[in-house]
Design a protein around this ligand. Structure first.
Ligand code: FES
Length: 61
């Protein structure tokens, strides 16, 4: 499934970027060698970043 249609960035690529340490959408774009265009995907990226942080918090408890 695509998260970013403008750049063809798939969900698994976003997850890989987050797993590699991306903490902001700008860092996800950089990890995917792309740049924001319409920025409609930024909300979805932020949600995935937040979900990742919550998963880490639950894992640490
Ligand atoms: S959908 Fe990602 S920049 Fe447009």
């Amino acid at each position: 499934m695509y998260v970013c249609n403008c750049n063809g960035i798939r969900e698994r690529e976003v997850r890989a970027a987050i797993d590699a340490g991306a903490a902001r959408p700008a860092e996800i774009f950089k990890a995917c060698d792309s740049a924001p265009q319409c920025a409609r995907c930024v909300c979805d990226m932020r949600k995935m970043l937040q979900d990742g942080r919550e998963a880490l918090r639950f894992a640490a408890e």
